[in-house]
Design a binder for this molecule. Structure first.
Ligand SMILES: Cc1ncc(COP(=O)(O)OP(=O)(O)O)c(N)n1
Ligand SMILES: Cc1nc(C(=O)O)sc1CCOP(=O)(O)O
Length: 210
């Protein structure tokens, strides 16, 4: 298969009411089409809950070649065998995380609608930067609404891959793909898709391969 210009990055729902059921949905989703990464994002969750979630979900993803990124927690990400961590502006600074985690560990950084934040994150050692929220979402309260053009400008001027997040669905994804996003990070648009997560991943796969 030719290298797709944009790849799918799944984000878990904010809470897993039934972890075993979610594990089943995750298997089905990952078997339905190409997925580059899975972010485990549980809010709020204590350390035991996070560890149990990583222990359950990490092998499902990694066995299928999907990188596992833990949200917010570089310490637990490293201890539990994840491939990377995603850091917000109020989390551990990227440079500090890079010093602790070393070069082989993936670090992503939230940059809202700011190329300035994104350049800072890149200089501090981030492997990808995330812009959002591009569309309204009920997964998280958001106060930034970037124009998709930020993805075009970023791609034309910078080498670090961009992730577009926030309210992304099969219906609105084309504008972000056209604008030049390297990855689309999606939660509700997959887990609450009317035809189910596998159908959503298949549909994203079609969009990204055309
Ligand atoms: C890929 C990606 N982009 C942005 C975020 C948001 O991270 P953050 O600002 O730390 O907010 P919370 O996710 O912790 O609520 C993300 N998680 N992933
Ligand atoms: C976790 C998160 N961060 C965002 C940001 O803008 O930084 S938007 C968002 C929610 C992503 O979930 P959904 O695909 O359901 O909108």
């Amino acid at each position: 298969m030719s290298d797709p210009r944009c790849q799918l990055y799944l984000v878990t729902p904010p809470s897993l009411r039934n972890p075993a059921d979610f594990a089943e949905s995750l298997r089905a989703a990952l078997d339905a089409g190409p997925v580059a990464a899975l972010q485990i994002r549980l809010k709020p969750a204590d350390d035991d809950t996070l560890r149990r979630a990583v222990d359950l979900l990490r092998p499902i993803a990694q066995d299928r070649g999907v990188a596992v990124i833990l949200n917010d927690r570089p310490d637990l990400a490293q201890q539990t065998g994840c491939d990377g961590v995603h850091l917000g502006q109020d989390d551990m600074p990227v440079a500090q995380a890079r010093r602790i985690l070393g070069r082989g560990f993936m670090i992503g950084a939230t940059c809202h609608d700011s190329r300035h934040l994104a350049m800072e994150a890149g200089e501090a050692g981030a492997d990808y930067i995330a812009f959002g929220a591009f569309f309204p979402t009920s997964t998280k309260a958001t106060s930034h609404r970037p124009d998709p053009e930020i993805l075009t400008i970023w791609r034309e001027t910078m080498e670090i891959p961009s992730v577009a997040i926030g309210g992304v669905t099969v219906a609105n994804a084309p504008v972000l793909i056209e604008a030049g996003a390297d990855f689309l990070a999606v939660s509700a648009g997959v887990w609450t898709h009317p035809e189910g997560p596998a159908a959503a991943v298949e549909a994203f796969g079609r969009l990204m391969s055309t």
